[in-house]
Write a protein that binds this ligand. Structure first.
Ligand SMILES: Cc1cc2nc3c(=O)[nH]c(=O)nc-3n(C[C@H](O)[C@H](O)[C@H](O)COP(=O)(O)OP(=O)(O)OC[C@H]3O[C@@H](n4cnc5c(N)ncnc54)[C@H](O)[C@@H]3O)c2cc1C
Length: 652
């Protein structure tokens, strides 16, 4: 935890106000809105002391003459500059030829602008939301049912004994818990986040971010890809967008070739079926949102592939509530693992323990004995078990394995991210992109751009202001505000890249994960082709203005200003390097991949780590390569399979 001193806080306020000065009339500045306090809290919440320390050093230096030289404003302090010069200094940073400066700009922009759009302000309902036509949080439902689960949160040093301890309760861990407890094993699930249910969800971005998402790492070490992951009981399945696509046959064959043959056999088909059944995956909740209607219109006009997306929801309104589901489903419609597999596990006697951070696996004589964890209050939690299932997500799983002394160099390698960006269209018609089914249409028109199954898929997603601004450039405060004021008429087309190449999660001396990932030329080429394809879709759908997520700000107005050709040339020259284009990963995978040799994989065909046969990985880390479609069903099916095999081994 860092506490900023007065000088650092003043520097943070000056930065936030330079990004978001308000409009001098109805719209307050960042500091007047309380966004600076929020920015400070976001910094304090970063898990790595090194990241917090870097920011606090920067803030100490910010208002010095030396920093003026760095910012190109001469030996003058930031506080001595007028508003236009401050803005110019920030823009120069963002457009710098130096990667480090651009990355710094993006970090400051993200902190300042997300805080500005998240902050409710003194009245509890931000005037900025009103100016955007955005209604703000919906509020909690008075008629929400009582939360059905009763997890434990130890308030003293505690020891548990069981058959299997599961670390992490997301897509993978939740599924494994349901399977193992259902097989009659005594299960303890340890989850770092808290338990939240329908009655807690208010449809607001701020409460969602505070309660349900991982505080970090928020971006890859190179600053190229923002990372978004859930962190609560149920993990990513509580916040995700309910798209439920099975693993494509071609990918299954590729995974089998990596050594876990069952990916291409009935065992995995059965697992996919079992998961889809348990999550109530169906096609009856895919009425197109306005965003998706526009996507479909463009795709049909071009004669490109379009299809409805199956979703794991029952009783979804596909309307006002659904668009807020990234902050938890107020209606209990989303069949997260909390509603399904974890409920099954609890019904079979599994103990669910929240707010415990697992620090290491206890190992003796080549076998795991259990795990050690700690609570925010500083209490030790020890679990003794016959087997350990690691399912902390593809960033934290390799870190836990490394902290526990495992040395296989493949642990942490093969980080896949499905790097995603968006192209935006502004339409005459009202879209209200924060409403409607989370994701209901997709296109795989360009899913194979290299003849080897790598390319992009197109999807939309709910656009609430704080999340959306992360995909927008900032070309000055007034321009940014003007763009955001068009939000109600804006819809994006997401471009999700099936990455052929990969990065790596390393572990710092502090034991925290440090994800490294640089988009390869090959994959960046595909992302760029996707941006060009998305612009075509948006133009065919009749948008009056089209712009990308590049900081350089390429845009055009079909029939009026510029052309698709000029736009794509501008996008290519703007580039996809760190700080050049907003790229994010919602699908984080591959860092303990399964295979048939310790030389090429971190886990064996049972999902067990090569060095410890009674430690099984059961989350996105196991996936041998990128699935190329939204991964939840692939992850749950893999966890189902690995947990079923483990149950059989423990019974034998
Ligand atoms: C906003 C968003 C939208 C998405 N939409 C879709 C979609 O529509 N369809 C789809 O298929 N996929 C979607 N995804 C992706 C999908 O949800 C994730 O890929 C999936 O949840 C990952 O599963 P996992 O088990 O690997 O990790 P997670 O689900 O992230 O679970 C890991 C859990 O481990 C816990 N943990 C971590 N470290 C520790 C520790 N040391 N001790 C204890 N607990 C720990 C975390 O708190 C977390 O709860 C989306 C993701 C996001 C973020």
């Amino acid at each position: 935890m860092v506490t900023l001193d007065a000088r650092q806080r003043a520097a943070l306020a000056a930065i936030c106000d330079a990004f978001a000065p308000g409009d001098g009339a109805a719209l307050p500045s960042a500091s007047a809105l309380g966004a600076v306090d929020l920015a400070e809290a976001l910094v304090a919440g970063l898990p790595r002391a090194a990241d917090r320390g870097r920011l606090s050093t920067l803030l100490s230096l910010w208002d010095t003459r030396l920093m003026g030289l760095y910012l190109g404003t001469g030996p003058r302090r930031f506080s001595a500059l007028d508003a236009a010069t401050r803005e110019g200094a920030l823009l120069r940073l963002g457009e710098s030829a130096y990667e480090g400066r651009r990355v710094l700009f993006q970090a400051l922009r993200a902190l300042a602008m997300s805080s500005y759009f998240l902050a409710p302000g003194p009245t509890g309902s931000s005037p900025v939301w009103a100016a955007l036509g955005y209604p703000g949080p919906l509020g909690v439902r008075a008629d929400a049912p009582r939360p059905p689960l009763e997890p434990l949160s130890p308030a003293a040093d505690t020891t548990f004994d069981c058959d299997v301890v599961i670390v992490g309760s997301g897509a993978g861990g939740g599924t494994a818990a349901g399977v193992l407890a259902g097989a009659g094993l005594e299960v303890v699930v340890l989850e770092r986040g808290g338990y939240y249910d329908d009655a807690d969800f208010d449809g607001g971005e701020l409460s969602g971010l505070r309660n349900l998402y991982a505080p970090g790492p928020t971006v890859t070490a190179e600053g190229q890809v923002a990372l978004v992951a859930g962190s609560c009981l149920g993990g990513g399945t509580v916040v995700n967008w309910s798209t439920s696509l099975p693993t494509p046959p071609r990918v299954r064959a590729e995974w089998a070739e990596c050594g876990a043959k069952q990916f291409d056999q009935p065992e995995f088909s059965d697992a996919l079926r079992a998961v889809s059944r348990r999550l109530s995956v169906n096609g009856a909740h895919s009425v197109a949102s306005a965003r998706d209607a526009v996507l479909e219109r463009g795709l049909r006009a071009l004669g490109w592939h379009v299809d409805a997306l199956p979703r794991n929801v029952t009783g979804c309104d596909m309307g006002v509530d659904c668009g807020r589901c990234g902050s938890g489903c107020r209606r209990g419609a989303k069949q997260s693992v909390t509603k399904t597999w974890l409920a099954d596990a609890a019904a079979h006697g599994a103990r669910l323990v929240t707010r415990v951070d697992v620090r290491r696996i206890d190992v003796r004589d080549g076998r795991a004995l259990g795990v050690r964890a700690s609570t925010p209050g500083g209490h030790d939690v020890t679990v003794r078990a016959r087997a350990v299932v690691v399912a902390a997500g593809a960033i934290e799983t390799p870190a836990l394995l490394r902290r526990s002394g495992l040395a296989n160099p493949n642990i942490g390698r093969y980080l896949r991210l499905h790097p995603a960006t968006a192209v935006w269209g502004v339409y005459d018609e009202e879209i209200r992109p924060w409403e409607g089914g989370l994701q209901t249409r997709y296109s795989d028109e360009h899913s194979d751009l290299d003849g080897a199954g790598h390319g992009v898929i197109y999807e939309t997603g709910p656009a609430n202001p704080a999340a959306l601004q992360g995909f927008m450039n900032w070309r000055g405060a007034a321009a940014h505000l003007a763009t955001m004021k068009e939000l109600a008429h804006t819809a994006g087309v997401g471009v999700i890249t099936r990455d052929r190449d990969f990065g790596e999660v390393r572990v710092g001396r502090d034991g925290q994960p440090v994800p490294h990932y640089r988009l390869s030329r090959h994959d960046a080429g595909h992302l760029g082709a996707g941006v060009e394809g998305a612009a075509r879709i948006i133009e065919a759908a009749g948008a009056r203005r089209i712009y990308s997520s590049h900081q350089a700000g390429p845009s055009y107005e079909p029939g009026k200003r510029g052309s698709h050709e000029e736009f794509t040339a501008a996008c290519r020259s703007a580039g996809y390097g760190p700080g050049q284009c907003a790229i994010a990963a919602l699908h984080i995978m591959g860092t303990a991949r399964m295979g048939d040799s310790a030389d090429t994989s971190a886990t064996d065909p049972d999902g067990a780590v090569w060095e410890l046969p009674n430690v099984v990985v059961a989350d996105a880390s196991c996936l041998p390569t990128s699935p190329g479609v939204n991964p939840m069903i692939s992850i749950e099916a893999t966890a189902y399979m690995n947990a079923t095999r483990l149950a059989a081994r423990l019974a034998a």
